[in-house]
Design a protein around this ligand. Sequence first.
Ligand code: S3P
Length: 186
Amino acid sequence: MKDPNFLKKYQNYHDKNIALIGHMGSGKSTIGKLIAKKLKLRYLDSDQLIEKNTNKTIYEIFKSDGETKFRTIEESTILSLKNKKNLVLSLGGGSIISAKVRQLLNKNYITLFLDIDLSILVKRLKYSNKRPLIAGQDIETKIKELDIFRRKYYLLADIILKEYDNPSETLINFLIKYKKLNEKNY
Ligand code: S3P
């Protein structure tokens, strides 16, 4: 950016937390960390919190307790953050299927949906071995199936961004939309 102060003004706009939603592999943690750094907010990741609280990996929880139990833990972990402020929170791809999570997001968060082309996700996820939902599955079929069910919830986001050439470009585009949104709200 030409003007070094350009981004400073965004630092006041954090009366609401920011949450990143979208499919696995969409870049939520990469972009979330960049946003947190730029806006001087704390970064948290729901999967990491779950792993810390349960002392198990997500993979182990799915394997030993099953998806339903994982969703219960995921929901309560996210809801436990309801009084936290100054947060950028990256959410597991399936967390928005919980109505209670959506309610919390609606109230306390500005949400960003990273709407990445499914074909790009499939390429990225080919090499992932820590995601139980796609393990041993045809990734393209699985992602399409998840998308059919989840897209309507992802589309509720305040800000929707497509794929950009690199994460810093995504960050800039987020900040522009974030600023507009805040101007509209005040
Ligand atoms: C899941 C996404 C994962 C993780 C779990 C289930 C999903 O998180 O919560 O494997 O249902 O889409 P990421 O979206 O951070 O990969």
